[in-house]
Ligand binder design. Structure first.
Ligand SMILES: Cc1ncc(COP(=O)(O)O)c(C=O)c1O
Length: 396
């Protein structure tokens, strides 16, 4: 007798390429709202900051439940502005993960602050709080957790360490917009949160864009001044700041997209659940441990109350990772390695004196992880195709 499920799968079979992300698919669902948003800016001729940016800042404050949201030119600048507003500079140290996008450390280092790298938890890929204490020195000023791939770092443990020593917590919230921790939004729980709206983020602009959030009035006032060269009153400067203003087009686009963010995040979560099911059905899911066996995948673990799956990053045996990447590429399946070289081993940070082997979990993650497409509009049939191609390789 015919198997109706099998027939349905065959009927829906996907044989085309699967991109890592499909921003055109998102645009197609919102074209009229987005086009109208752009038209408003054109009509107003207010291109830098202005009413759309003001409105977006107030809407984000309400969405995140935070007192101040200050738009700026990028997530990298948000980190710069937060650290400048906190008053850190040469001679100061900030503890952070080496398993992150370059900007976490790059923006810190540019201010003359020393990034002090601390190893990660192999399950969440976030800063391992049990390893922070040994990194503290009398020059430590802050801890900067990155909520990597859309899952929060252990903010309770990090907060306890920080409070005991009067250290600031600066959240690199570039990948976390919309996730909650103990019922509050990530990026609002530390002294400052630094968001990115790079186009491929869960809430993506149509260009570079970023934001600093804080509940601290004085810190907010300094960030507001620093983004316009340190002077709130034109041509009067109490601080030396920079030009890092959010532009009107980005404010308008982000306003149009914000009401859809929760739905998109939920769809990413549903896609992640589907991957788990499909890998199990294909017989390649490893259900225990963080040491991948050959021929298996370890899918992302959701250990916090929410995960917004900015990226879907799985682990495979190090001897199979690069072969799997090439196999997927040859079948035109989107995939990427986040991140192939941990920051403590980047040539530009050689003077910090780290060696291979110093931060073994971050280094192992760099050898074993691979990201698959997870964007909200990803069709179920395309996911089946991705899993089929992964399984085909792993089964040899
Ligand atoms: C963890 C992390 N920090 C900082 C940034 C920097 O953001 P932007 O690209 O907007 O400068 C990113 C962006 O990719 C990121 O993923």
């Amino acid at each position: 007798m015919a198997d109706p499920l099998k027939e349905e799968r065959t009927a829906a079979a996907w044989d085309g390429p699967v991109p890592m992300i499909d921003l055109k698919a998102q645009y197609a669902t919102l074209a009229s709202e987005l086009d109208a948003a752009i038209a408003r800016v054109v009509q107003s001729q207010m291109f830098i900051l202005g009413p759309e940016v003001d409105a977006f800042e107030r809407e984000i404050e309400r969405y995140l439940g935070v007192k101040h949201a200050i738009g700026c030119a990028s997530g990298s600048d948000a980190i710069l502005l937060a650290l400048m507003a906190l008053g850190y500079g040469p001679g100061d140290e900030v503890i952070m993960t080496p398993y992150t996008f370059f900007a976490t450390a790059g923006s810190t280092y540019r201010l003359g602050i020393r990034p002090v790298f601390c190893d990660i938890d192999p399950v969440t890929y976030n800063l391992d709080p049990t390893k922070i204490e040994e990194k503290l020195t009398r020059r430590t000023r802050a801890i900067m957790p990155v909520h990597l791939f859309g899952q929060c770092a252990d903010l309770d443990a990090i907060g306890r360490i920080a409070r005991g020593r009067e250290l600031a917590v600066v959240e690199d919230a570039a990948q976390i917009i919309g996730a909650t921790y103990n019922g509050r939004h990530a990026g609002t729980l530390g002294d400052a949160g630094c968001f990115s709206f790079f186009p491929t983020k869960n809430l993506g602009a149509w260009g570079d864009a970023g934001m600093v959030t804080t509940n601290d009035d004085e810190l907010a006032a300094r960030v507001r001044a620093l983004r316009v060269h340190g002077g709130l009153k034109t041509y009067h400067h109490e601080l030396v700041g920079m030009n890092s203003r959010l532009d009107g087009f980005q404010g308008a686009v982000l306003r149009a997209k914000l009401p859809h963010l929760s739905g998109w995040n939920a769809q990413r979560g549903a896609n992640a659940a589907r991957y788990r099911e499909l890998f199990a059905q294909a017989g390649v899911l490893q259900s225990e441990g963080d040491q991948p066996e050959r021929g298996k995948v370890i899918v992302p673990a959701v250990v916090r109350e929410s995960h917004i799956f900015h990226q879907y990053v799985m682990r495979v045996h190090a001897t199979q990772r690069d072969g799997l990447l090439r196999h997927l590429q040859s079948r035109q399946i989107g995939c990427a390695i986040y991140y192939p070289v941990p920051l403590h081993l980047q040539p530009c940070f050689a003077e910090l004196g780290y060696r291979a082997g110093d931060l073994p979990e971050a280094e192992r993650a760099s050898r074993e992880t691979l990201a698959l497409p997870i964007y909200p509009e990803l069709p179920a049939a395309a996911q089946e195709r991705v899993v089929e191609v992964v399984a085909e390789f792993l089964r040899g």
